[in-house]
Design a protein around this ligand. Structure first.
Ligand code: GRF
Length: 215
């Protein structure tokens, strides 16, 4: 068996994706260890979840740093001591600068509530409804210096049903996210998925299009 994947999970809020990853590890479905949970908000509920499971937590409040690059630098130094294989952004609401992203090339993942490249940024569910889209979804992508723009690794899609609100879409998206993030991490832990030089390889072949996940 290969060594457990070392993860650092970055959060800003509820941490339900963090919980899904913890649960997958504890159920023996994911060969990984969460070495640190980092939040930029001391009130993030995800910190409570992490503590309940005995995980090491750290708060780095962006409001303590006038300068965005200084925040990135402190975060980077800390993460260098943690030495994760992957930095898992799970509802982390800060944009990381190019220098930070470069320091961890090929090692930062993000989950985003849309079928990227459509609907980058915030309020994705309402924007999907406003545009009358019939389909919506969630994506996991490699983080690059551009917001929500890195190569897409995997997606799960769902139909927008008549009468659904943004809250309904968010709830359905969340349920998919909780399946998708552990699955992608499992592929990485099992070395089915590899990332090199910004390119993604799945089962030893270059990934031509995002992996479609059907739960
Ligand atoms: C998720 O919807 C994710 O797609 C977005 O932020 C949300 C985080 O939710 N990036 P949680 O904190 O994991 O519950």
């Amino acid at each position: 068996m290969t060594a457990p994947l070392r993860l650092a999970v970055l959060i800003s809020g509820s941490g339900s994706n963090l919980q899904a990853i913890i649960d997958a590890i504890e159920a023996g479905e994911l060969n990984a260890e969460i070495k640190a949970v980092i939040s930029n908000d001391k009130n993030a509920y995800g910190l409570v979840r992490a503590t309940k499971h005995g995980l090491h937590t750290w708060v780095l409040d962006h409001r303590d740093y006038e300068d965005r690059s200084r925040f990135d630098e402190v975060l980077r130094h800390y993460l260098e001591t943690v030495a994760p294989d992957f930095i898992v952004l799970a509802g982390f609401m800060r944009i990381l600068g190019a220098g930070f992203v470069e320091a961890f090339t090929d090692r930062i993942l993000n989950i985003h509530p849309s079928l990227l490249p459509a609907y980058k940024g915030l309020n994705t569910h309402q924007r999907v409804l406003d545009d009358g889209q019939s389909e919506h979804g969630v994506s996991i992508h490699l983080v690059t210096a551009e917001l929500d723009d890195g190569p897409i690794i995997a997606q799960a899609r769902y139909a927008v049903e008549p009468g659904e609100t943004a809250a309904d879409l968010a709830a359905r998206g969340h349920r998919l996210e909780h399946r998708l993030y552990p699955r992608v991490l499992r592929w990485l832990a099992d070395r089915d998925l590899c990332i090199e030089g910004g390119r993604i390889f799945f089962e030893a072949a270059p990934l031509e299009k995002p992996i479609e996940f059907h739960p």
